[in-house]
Every structure is written in C-alpha cells, then in structure tokens.
Design a binder for this molecule. Structure first.
Ligand code: AMP
Length: 120
C-alpha cells in the first residue's frame, strides 16, 4: 500500500490540523487520541512516511526504530503510567482494524485494561 500524504496524521505532522501534543523529538510526535478508549490514550507516530507497523518495521532506519521505541517508553514513563502498567497496540491493516494509514502506536492506561483482544 502506497503512503497517502493526505492522511490525517500527515496533516497533523505538517501542522495543518491541531493536536494535543504530549511529546516531540526529531523522529517522533505523540498526542492525545481524539476519541479516548481509556483514561489515558496517547498516539505515538514516527515523523517518517510509513503506512503501518509492517511498513515501519521493514523499511525504517535503525535510528528511526530505536528513536521510536525509546520515545514510546519515555512517553509512558513521563505520563507516570509505568508503575501501574499500560498497554501498547499497533493496529495493522484491515483485520487489525487500522483506520489511519500512518503507522501509530496506541498507549492505553489509567485503569485495568482486561485481557488481550475482544471476542467476536
Ligand atoms: P487505528 O484504528 O489504530 O487506525 O486508530 C486511529 C486512531 O486515531 C483512533 O483511535 C482515532 O480516535 C484517532 N484519531 C483520528 N483522528 C484523530 C485526530 N485528529 N487527533 C487525534 N486522534 C485521532
């Protein structure tokens, strides 16, 4: 799947749409989800143009991957959720339920999150 530079997160990265920013560095932007599914629901996105986890894990540079993983862990610690725990999730593709075609990691926290995925 080719990257669509008009997706909503690309517009956020270009500053065309506002976001409630949590963190930013050379490789990463993180912001609050507009429709939170937990008391804390933050999205972490790379600044590079990657469609999905699949695309990012295959094509991103070692610096981008390390920067992304380090940033996601730091964001969780900065949010103060590392002590009680949290969940990270990367919906990928159609069966994964991915809606926005720019790779993003969800961080959910602030209540017990239950086990794994919902049954159909
Ligand atoms: P996914 O289903 O993994 O692609 O998740 C996309 C997420 O993006 C959903 O949780 C949406 O609520 C969130 N979202 C969509 N538009 C925005 C926006 N403008 N700002 C923040 N979060 C958004």
């Amino acid at each position: 799947m080719a990257y669509d530079s008009n997706n909503i997160f690309a517009k956020i990265l270009r500053g065309e749409i506002p976001c409630k920013k949590v963190y930013e560095d050379d490789h990463v932007l993180a912001f609050h989800d507009i429709n939170p599914q937990a008391p804390i629901h933050v999205l972490v996105i790379p600044k590079g143009a990657y469609v999905s986890w699949d695309d990012f894990s295959a094509k991103a540079s070692a610096d981008e991957i390390a920067g992304f993983v380090r940033a996601a862990g730091k964001i969780a610690r900065d949010l103060g959720v590392d002590r009680k725990g949290y969940r990270v999730l990367a919906n990928t593709g159609a069966d994964g339920g991915q809606e926005v075609p720019h790779f993003h990691l969800h961080i959910f926290a602030g209540r017990p999150l239950g086990r794994m995925v919902q049954k159909p």
